[in-house]
Design a protein around this ligand. Sequence first.
Ligand code: HEC
Ligand code: HEC
Length: 338
Amino acid sequence: MISCRRPFIIALTGCSLALGVAYAASVFAQPEERPDAALDMLVHEPPTMEDLENSDIHPELKKVIRYGHDLFTNTQQLRGENVFNDMNCSSCHLGEGRVPFSAPVWAAAITLPDFRGKNQHVNNLEERIAGCFAYSMNGVPPEYGSDEMLALSAYHQWLATGAPMYPDKPIFGRGFPAPDEPEQTPDYARGEAAYQNNCAICHQQDGTGHYESGEYVFPAPWGDGSNNWGAGIVRVDTMAGFIYQNMPLGQPRSLSDQEAWDIAYYITSQERPQDPRYTGDVAETSERFGPTFHKRSLYGQTREHDGHVLGDHENFGEKGDIKPWNVGMPRFENLSEE
Ligand code: HEC
Ligand code: HEC
């Protein structure tokens, strides 16, 4: 049996090879002698679904984790109820949410509850998952405590098996780190050309993605089938990070920094469903959520080549006027400062 469930697995490839070393290190060594100490980061290799089958955890828990994995990789099964675009969670969190630099989702399981700038209060894991439903899936999250929410959080927490809670070091590969600042200001025309050359073959020239016999093959980077204007990936730097670290598919970090920023600028200059926090006015919405979010997106800005104001519309996509129940929900208002 190959197990990757020990903390501080050092090798980034081939966990069986690292197992012996890591096991001894984590069980017997003092913290400063741990194999990842030199990097001074928390390196964690999450278990695989094969590890799940081979492990001796309770069969009922296995079923729930399997369901969580199934929801994560085929979130389209919740289409029309919780999901109103063409995405799965795994459309952005590659490798089933396990891959470094592709916002591996187990990181949330060991760092939450914590204060979150985007909604200005303390969030737990369920609320963080609910956030990706409301924005990235242009949807409405399953209720807290529902079978779907429990299964998804169980999957996230199980991926974190062996990693320390509230780690005292930065997490290796967390998020979608942006490439270095480009030499030239990101440019729409250059971005468009680079997108058509490197990306359109899968995502289509018009960004609508690709379907075969009604089945999703490549997701839509913009348009109604994509995430809405409130999704983290519409921040230009987050998009540049996603692209640089993960695309073209199978060739991570093959684009130049400049190409990644240009393409990110081009994609985030396209329309998508309205931000569910929309107040009825794009300028007001972009100002209200500027400090916590939109200062990093192009929402509310005027596109130079055609004068279009981004996000100036009432199109919420397939979701229509259903408002996600978690958006703007106040929390902890009655707690005192001390
Ligand atoms: C359109 C792309 C996209 C989709 C689809 C998506 N997410 Fe995310 N997710 C993001 C981005 C962007 C972040 C923020 C990464 C960062 O910290 O820079 C994020 C962050 C997260 C985090 C926090 C990770 C951390 O490091 O704390 C979790 C958990 C998460 N997503 C779960 C989900 C789940 C569950 C789904 C499906 C219901 C989902 N995501 C769908 C883009 C997406
Ligand atoms: C070989 C096909 C292929 C190529 C080429 C490709 N992608 Fe992707 N891309 C994918 C797939 C597949 C996913 C979803 C991941 C999954 O389902 O495993 C994805 C996901 C994405 C996403 C997140 C989901 C969404 O639609 O918003 C973005 C953004 C993206 N790609 C941008 C790009 C960019 C930019 C390029 C060019 C530099 C590119 N891709 C090249 C196949 C491709």
